[in-house]
Design a protein around this ligand. Structure first.
Ligand SMILES: Cc1ncc(COP(=O)(O)O)c(C=O)c1O
Length: 374
């Protein structure tokens, strides 16, 4: 007998209420989907919606993937030995202090899974990366959202929001989708105000885009702050978003806990070799960051010239104030330009635009001018 809707609803209702209440994550619109919906050629579409590196991965990473293809019959190394060795050498931490993730998203989830139970609290900022509330809610814990200041994290208010029930604090630095950023000294001062038993997840997915003098010093703090988890990713400046690989650096005892709750083979073999090669190609990452700086400046200048406001960004995207954002987003789609509406972040008047190649940035600026009638 075929199941009916009522049967399915009965099954769904068995899921905890806190799971049923989770709002689904809305990803950037895929190029193929827009092509289908609007009858556009895929190569006529510009996607500036998911903060990917417009140059793609380093050629060395591509070559490493090609060379490793023959080996995909085998399970990957569940401990990621080679990649951890390389990260260990890069950051001066022991391999035991590294947790590899299926994207850094996985590291955020693992932290939530290891430390949050129903009734616990996790503190994060308004307009902060959406995975913090998602990971919190999925464990039945309570999210404590602290009002933003000038779109960024109000670190003082966040420190004050910590209670005896707080187990985890999430900080995105720089933050997505606002591009706001705190210098290392401010983050360190914040950390010193956090009770030593409260875990601070410092999400530095965009760190490689900072000016060299601004890059985070957080890894050096782990030795004195066993409650600190620093997460980084190969999805952004390294151009490997599709492979899903990121990592967390933390005290070995904390890493041991996260490793117990992760899937044994959470990072696939192609991702591991690609990340290893990408990490070594420091020149490629530096070039990508330099191109991003040029792109940010060009976008900023074009928006200034159009009289369109935006939040100054420290990452590879720009939060642009366009008025009622959804109609503008749709007018951009019709011109083959995909950006990201951020209504879900309580920013209904903004669109988030990833910095692309110079030609892609120009396409966006022209499309926006047309969409806004400027
Ligand atoms: C602030 C922040 N953290 C983490 C991530 C997760 O990225 P990934 O899982 O690809 O490493 C993103 C992706 O958009 C992000 O913006």
């Amino acid at each position: 007998m075929k199941a009916d809707k009522l049967d399915a609803a009965r099954v769904a209702n068995r899921a905890p209420e806190y799971v049923r209440r989770i709002a689904p994550y809305t990803p950037g619109k895929p190029i193929e989907e827009l092509a289908r919906e609007y009858g556009l050629a895929t190569d006529a579409i510009v996607k500036l919606a998911s903060n990917e590196n417009p140059r793609g991965p380093s050629p060395k990473a591509r070559a490493a993937i090609a060379a490793a293809l023959a080996g995909i019959t085998r399970y990957p190394d569940g401990n990621g030995f080679d990649l951890k060795q390389a990260l260990s050498a890069r950051y001066g931490v022991a391999s035991e202090q590294i947790v590899l993730g299926n994207g850094s998203n996985d590291v955020l989830e693992l932290a939530a899974q290891a430390f949050l139970r129903p009734g616990d609290e996790a503190v994060y900022a308004q307009h902060a990366f959406v995975v913090y509330p998602l990971a919190t809610q999925a464990r039945g814990a309570t999210g404590v959202e602290v009002a933003a200041r000038d779109y960024g994290h109000d670190l003082d208010a966040m420190a004050k929001a910590i209670t005896a029930r707080t187990r985890v604090v999430f900080i995105a630095n720089p933050n997505n989708p606002t591009g706001t950023w705190w210098p290392s000294a401010a983050v360190k001062a914040f950390l010193e105000r956090v009770p030593r038993e409260v875990v601070v997840v410092l999400d530095e997915a965009y760190d490689e885009y900072l000016d060299p003098g601004q890059r985070s010093q957080s890894v050096a703090w782990i030795a004195e702050q066993p409650n600190l988890i620093v997460s980084r990713t190969f999805s952004k400046a390294y151009g490997l978003a599709g492979l899903r690989v990121g990592y967390g650096l933390m005290d070995a005892a904390v890493a041991d806990l996260l490793n117990r709750v992760r899937q044994p083979f959470n990072v696939n073999s192609l991702a591991q070799v690609a990340a290893l090669a990408a990490l070594a190609d420091t020149e490629y990452v530096a070039e990508s960051a330099a191109l991003n700086r040029v792109g940010l400046a060009a976008l900023g200048a074009a928006l200034d010239a159009m009289g369109v406001a935006y939040v100054p960004s420290h990452a590879n995207f720009l939060l642009v104030e366009v008025g009622d954002a959804v109609p503008v987003y749709e007018r951009l789609l019709r011109q083959g330009v995909i950006v990201r509406p951020v209504g879900g972040y309580a920013l209904p008047r903004h669109l988030r635009v990833t910095v692309g190649l110079p030609s892609e940035n120009e396409r966006f600026v022209a499309a926006l001018a047309s969409a806004l009638g400027r």
